[in-house]
Design a protein around this ligand. Structure first.
Ligand SMILES: *Cc1c(COP(=O)(O)O)cnc(C)c1O
Length: 385
């Protein structure tokens, strides 16, 4: 196997992470909710126009908090696209919910809002739209359907921090939303996330759930004279050094976005002709969506072509990556009786999708090498694997 010359991902740093982390240590407050956590929360609230942001230890944990806040009970149903990361639904399954898998739209690979209403039953409690590649779901339609049936919306915005739908930031539509700062995302701190809360009814309980089920937040603010166990909860606060790392990333929002835009646009401009000639589809970003430049994918006509392409790139030292396997066909999904054919668009596109190397520090030479290597592959002529 060829040595990897161009990896699929490389976590990017802006230069100020170490300074802020050293400062966090100097401040002597090492656990959560110190100086840097507050800076991150406040900055995200301001930039997203979301009333409350709480850093968490991961997007997975923020999703778990949302399931606790919604009081999801055994037997409740939660609608989620089959084409997503396990955490989008596992957080609710942990509370006993039954996953209801929706198929995706062939253009954006987001939850197909046209099928949504047919999945709603009297047991449905919540809809979890996932903004794939950070390209917004049709939040107007999803919001209307949710309102009509009195359902909560939790946006899984792990990939779409700072992206917009109809001019409004993703994460500001649902009752709640979650983001991720995992090292594979646009803004990182290793492992981390945040819960975004738009509905004030959840503020106080969110604070309690995040603080192990105690009213410690109120105690620190002097609102009660001792703190105690008041509700269910867990430990969802990231340590201050991670928040310090993250703050450096958030401060570099423009710089990071510009670097990623350059990568996306290079691929788009240089691969459009090849894609058209080979029956390969490039990402679609609807006009009402401003994207965060999270990833660049190719959709091949078939699984066989996709696999030959991955092999071709690997033989030249370039790492590419397919993405989610349909959740409804996973071992867990099948336990609820899901079968082949239940989400046909997901099943087809999951087989055909491959992602190109995408990170902030991809050099011009590397980009050119990736593009040339892609262009050397012809659909239909590729050696079969
Ligand atoms: C990355 C990701 C997650 C999980 O994020 P963590 O911070 O690693 O828990 C959840 N949902 C989606 C759509 C993701 O891309």
């Amino acid at each position: 196997m060829a040595e990897i010359k161009i990896p699929f991902n490389k976590p990017g740093m802006t230069g100020r992470e170490q300074t802020y982390m050293a400062d966090a240590l100097q401040r002597g407050h090492l656990s959560g909710d110190g100086y840097y956590t507050k800076l991150c929360n406040r900055r995200l609230e301001t930039e997203l126009g979301v009333s409350k942001v709480m850093l968490t230890t991961s997007c997975t944990h923020a999703l778990e908090m949302s399931a606790l806040l919604l009081d999801i009970q055994p037997g409740d149903e939660v609608i989620v696209p089959s084409f997503t990361f396990v955490s989008s639904i596992n957080a609710f399954v942990l509370r006993g919910a039954k996953p209801i898998f929706a198929d995706i739209r062939p253009d954006t690979l987001n939850l197909d809002e046209n099928q949504l209403e047919s999945l709603i039953t009297e047991k449905t409690r919540a809809i979890v739209p996932v903004h794939y590649a950070g390209v917004g779901c049709d939040m107007d339609t999803i919001g209307q359907i949710a309102a009509r049936h009195n359902l909560a919306v939790v946006e899984d915005d792990a990939q779409g921090l700072f992206a917009r739908y109809k001019g409004k930031p993703l994460g500001s539509f649902g009752q709640m939303a979650t983001v991720s700062f995992h090292e594979t995302k646009n803004f990182i701190c290793g492992e981390g996330g945040a819960l975004l809360i738009n509905d004030p009814a959840f503020f106080e309980r969110a604070e309690i759930i995040r603080e192990k089920g105690t009213n410690r937040g109120r105690f620190f603010r002097g609102q009660v004279d001792k703190y105690t166990w008041v509700d269910v909860g867990s430990s969802y606060l990231p340590a201050e050094v991670l928040a310090a790392f993250l703050y450096a990333q958030l401060e570099a929002r423009e710089e990071i976005t510009a670097k990623r835009k350059r990568v996306f646009e290079f691929y788009q401009e240089n691969l459009a002709g090849w894609a058209a000639a080979n029956g390969v589809r490039l990402p679609v970003v609807p006009e009402d969506c401003e994207q965060p430049y999270h990833m660049f994918y190719l959709l091949f006509p078939s699984l066989e072509e996709r696999q030959s392409f991955i092999g071709h790139m690997r033989s030249k030292g370039i790492q590419t990556s397919f993405h989610y396997l349909p959740l409804h066909l996973s071992d867990m999904g099948r336990r609820w009786g899901y079968r082949e054919g239940d989400c046909p668009v997901t099943e087809k596109l999951s087989d055909c999708l491959v992602r190109l190397p995408f990170f902030n520090e991809l050099t011009q030479d590397q980009l050119e090498e990736v593009a040339e290597t892609v262009q050397a592959f012809s659909v239909g002529l590729a050696p079969r694997v």
